[in-house]
Design a protein around this ligand. Structure first.
Ligand code: FAD
Ligand code: FO1
Length: 476
């Protein structure tokens, strides 16, 4: 057995501020990174080309960063428990380290990999890196159980001491030439492109992949928009949010680095409004952790509605209406703008995610899981816990204490896109129409016809009444 430790990356695609990786460097200087292209994930029907493109971009930078430190990032392909144990055994690694994840698939996969390695006498060590507080660290005082409601979770979460940024790694030792050959024989391959994996995405991503771009984005956000985040985050035509979601999903940036940045800017705040901006952003980071804790403790959330009254809901599930929603052709300008933003960029503004999710479930009366899956097929930040949390919240099927939440598309547009700028940007065929038409959606049928814009596929008022009636029947 050699001194070699393999560090298995999954959604922590970075060197800096990586808890598990830092811990491995405390035990050995001979440390090699590893990523396993997993058909169990990549062959799924909920994968977005934009997301795979982002992930491969992160891996490409990670490979270069390992090389700069004197080591390498090995890429393998296949069932992790087979591919990883085969490689680790061939290289006579003394241990494989990795950071844990909350997802049901991750838990099962990790158990299998752990068992396979231990069977061969190879050590395993795991860490919680992607959260400031691990599942189980934030529990109710009354019954020592996980929180199901966000506000008390935030109160407890925000009061606990947070870990600091880990120390920079400046040097590693990698594989010798002959060991590299052994690794190749045991399955190590060159990093494929997203296209090689069957995923094509040519549009530049809002945040470029990799550690460097993520750090730059954080710095830029903290210099510019964080102080007015409390107000600006609601307006989809403004560049008022961080756009760090994909970096956080894939761990292109460490959560401790992000948290430290919020503490630094809090120190610099000169007004209460500025402070409010920073705290509101911290609350979003806490939403991320809340949904991950929920997924960890209640994995059944991934399967369907949490609330009984939504479990066997008589969804109408009209395929043609679903298609119109997917394509941004519902005849509701704010909904269509948002869906087109998603289709064209792989990202959608949070306010609009809530609007289109409410529209799919409450206006089209379509099972929220259809929307959840479509989002995963398109979003480059698609993340099981956050996406499922957002959809269950919007469908009123989750743990949220507010029973029924219905958004009126016109009121939402009037409040958050009052000049119709966002709608104009994404629904080009009606960009020259009066703002009043765009925002209210009350466009005469003949105008719609002449502009080539669809008639509304449903009537909001009527559908809202229908949904409430169905909901009442389910509750009784
Ligand atoms: P910012 O406003 O800058 O927020 C900072 C970070 O906090 C985000 O990057 C994200 O990591 C986290 N965050 C913010 N809001 C939420 C939230 N409501 N829930 C959980 N984490 C949050 N977010 C995803 O990362 N992946 C998803 O697949 C996803 N699907 C969603 C589906 C629906 C129906 C809804 C309503 C929300 C969803 N969100 C999802 C949450 C949110 O919309 C995005 O995190 C946010 O729009 C990303 O933009 P940003 O990075 O500029 O966010
Ligand atoms: N993680 C991997 O270890 N291997 C993959 O091939 C892989 C692909 C992938 C594609 C889309 C996506 O959103 C995430 C992906 N991940 C991959 C990361 C994944 O989120 C984590 O592995 C989770 O722990 C799985 O539950």
């Amino acid at each position: 057995m050699s001194d070699l430790i393999l560090f298995w990356h999954r959604r922590d695609l970075r060197i800096s501020d990586n808890l598990g990786l830092s811990a491995a460097t405390q035990q050995t200087s001979k440390l090699v990174g590893l990523f396993c292209l997993d058909p169990g994930i990549l062959d799924g029907d909920d994968i977005a080309p934009a997301r795979v493109t982002y992930m491969i971009g992160c891996l490409s930078e990670l490979q270069k960063n390992y090389q700069k430190l004197g080591s390498q990032l090995l890429i393998i392909q296949g069932k992790p428990e087979t591919a990883i144990s085969q490689l680790a055994a061939a290289l006579e690694a003394k241990a494989v380290f990795w950071n844990l994840d909350v997802e049901p698939y991750a838990k099962k996969r990790d158990r299998a990999v752990s068992d396979a390695l231990k069977e061969q006498g190879i050590g395993v060590k795991n860490f919680w890196d992607q959260l400031l507080h691990a599942p189980g660290d934030i529990l109710t005082k009354s019954s020592d159980s996980p929180y199901k409601v966000y506000t008390p979770f935030w109160r407890s979460w925000s009061q606990q001491d947070k870990p600091g940024v880990t120390q920079e790694i400046d040097k590693l030792a990698g594989l010798s030439k002959s060991e590299t050959k052994t690794a190749e024989k045991a399955g190590a391959i060159a990093l494929p492109s997203a296209k090689d994996l069957g995923y094509e995405w040519d549009t530049p991503l809002l945040t470029s992949p990799g550690e460097t771009a993520a750090k730059d984005k954080l710095e830029e956000f903290c210099d510019r928009a964080i102080y007015s985040y409390d107000e600006d985050r609601n307006f989809p035509d403004l560049d008022g949010t961080s756009q760090l979601s994909a970096a956080l999903k894939f761990g292109a940036i460490g959560i401790r680095t992000v948290w430290q940045a919020t503490l630094d800017v809090l120190d610099d705040c000169r007004s209460d409004e500025a402070k409010e901006g920073v705290i509101t952003w911290q609350k979003e980071l806490a939403w991320r952790e809340f949904y991950q804790h929920c997924m960890f403790f209640y994995p059944e959330l991934a399967e369907g509605s949490y609330r009984d009254e939504l479990k066997d809901f008589p969804w109408e599930n009209d395929e043609a209406k679903f298609q119109a929603w997917c394509e941004g052709k519902t005849g509701y300008p704010i909904v269509d703008a948002a869906m087109r933003q998603l289709n064209e960029t792989g990202w959608m503004h949070n306010r609009c995610r809530m609007i289109v999710a409410s529209f799919l479930t409450k206006d089209l009366i379509i099972d929220w899981r259809w929307g959840e899956k479509y989002f995963m097929q398109k979003l480059y930040d698609g993340d099981l816990s956050a996406n499922n949390g957002g959809w269950q919240w919007s469908a009123s099927s989750g743990m949220d204490p507010k029973p029924l939440r219905i958004f009126n598309p016109a009121s939402q547009a009037a409040k958050y896109d009052r000049d119709g700028e966002y709608i104009r940007q994404w629904v080009s065929e009606i960009s020259s129409m009066d703002t009043e038409y765009l925002v209210t959606g009350k466009i005469p049928p003949e105008e719609r016809e002449s502009y080539g814009y669809p008639q509304p596929i449903v009537d909001h008022k009527q559908q809202q009444r229908k949904f409430k009636e169905l909901y009442k029947q389910q509750k009784d």
